[in-house]
Design a protein around this ligand. Sequence first.
Ligand code: ADP
Length: 587
Amino acid sequence: MRKRLMAGTAAIIIAGFLVAFSLAAKLVQDQYQLEFTRRLDAVLAMMESQESAIGEDPQGFAVKIGQELRLKNQEIRITVLDAGGNVIGDSAAQGQDSLPQENHLHRPEVQQARQGAVGYDTRKSDSTDREYYYAAVQVGDRYFLRAALPTEEMRHAVSMVWIYAMVAAAAGCVVVVPLTWLIFTRLSKPLKQLSDASLKLAAGDYTSRVEGIYRDEMGNLARTFNVMADNTQRAIDEMKSKQHQLEGVLQGMHDGVLAVDGDNVLLFLNDSAKQMLGVAALQTGKPFEGSLLVGKISAVINRALREGKIIEDSAVSAASPQGERIFTVYATPIQNNRTSAVLAVIADVTHISRLEQLRSEFVANVTHELKTPLTAIRGSIELLKSADRDQETRRYFYDVLDIEAERLHHLIDDMLVLSQIENARPDGMDQRCDVAREIRETAARLRPIAEKEHITLQLDLQDDICVACSPSRLQQMLGNLIENAIKYNQPHGSVKITAEKSRQMAVIRIQDTGIGIEEEHFNRLFERFYRVDTSRSRAIGGTGLGLSIVKHLAVLYGGEVSVESTPGKGSTFTVRLPLLLPEKTGT
Ligand code: ADP
């Protein structure tokens, strides 16, 4: 723009000078012509007054007049023509012989003189090859007198005018163009600042402002721009902060949250979603694809997009890196005028589903376990009600009632214990629990039962084994295992109980010579109500909860329980509990 302005200014200056100087040149030329006319008129008038002298010697007359004029510093050529237009005298000719031969009658000034007026013309002379300003008059019927002034002087003056014009125009340009440059720079500086600041703002630099504001219209514009930029920056900052807040909330959510546009491209994805889906390549701006699970969720999202309503699908399940998982997907379409997208919330309901399954299994099992003794009790009562029962039969049914009531009592006791353990935190963690002592006490309690079954109890215990456990709960664990070892033993069999320390753990083994367990049952053995031989277990009053209680307690105290068994030969149940650290054993 600056260059165009400079060129424009120079053009205006040059054009202005050209117009002015062409007028001046014309004026100079006119002025010269007027002066030439006046001088030639005076010479012609002077020659007319000497008409009589012409006839005697026209050439001499012309030369004489020419000389007289030269003496007065006037270089005027004098020509005398006869009535036919032939040159009979010429001050520029050397003699009569060298007079121009061509006829001058048709020269423009002579033609005009023939009309009776003074004739004028400017042209180049054929004889002298110079340009002259001619003036001619007719004197009587016999002669034409002509005076001519060379126009070189006039042409020189006009040329000088033009040279001055050029010099003046050049000087004007030299002065005006840089001056214009300076003025323009001064005027355009705030405009440039404003333009630069606007460009930066448009490019996303919201801190861009116009500095050094002038006190004029441009200043007002700059101030308005700055206010506008302030407002924009504030609005953008507010928007960003809200966006960060929202992203923070979404990122912090336990559920997976993701947004996908109509072209199946991810717009947002929180860390939980990334973890749940387990596809490392998933990121915003990339297509939402990469695994079977992602495909299933994508199908739910597409349905929401197609039907334009919230879709909930709780049956989405897939093998994720964490194993078989069950997810619930809520897909909500987000629609505005231009774009359509779907916000999906993915909840991992695997744990809840498993709990739900366990709960219903537990209810079914408990109902079943309660039903059996209750049926026996009701049957016995029915039979007792009839009066024709002898004493012996009555006693038998009383025994049945006693046994079934005892079974119910055991069942309810075991269920209560299990429920307490499930809801409990380890109580007596700081309690020093002497493993050997608890084993001896439990064995002593169960020895009568063992003797009844002709089973020997052997103890091989290392002393000074302490665990952080409630003694009653340790006894509960040991009791269940020793009872099982007696219950599922062979007649005249034995149960060996050992306790030792190994790798910071107290290791308690209950080894029997009983019926043993097939390996296929190992996995489920510690589940609630799981029995290997249901009828035998029931017959000997088992509830199916004993091992489940042992496992829960072992886990509660940071330990574990495991089984090894050979069918027909016997089983070994091993309980491992963390040893109490030496510095704590003194408490
Ligand atoms: P129950 O009250 O039926 O004994 P448990 O939970 O204590 O219930 O045991 C579950 C099942 O494991 C038993 O029904 C039995 O079949 C089997 N079992 C437990 N201990 C032994 C063992 N020492 N020898 C063989 N089988 C056993």
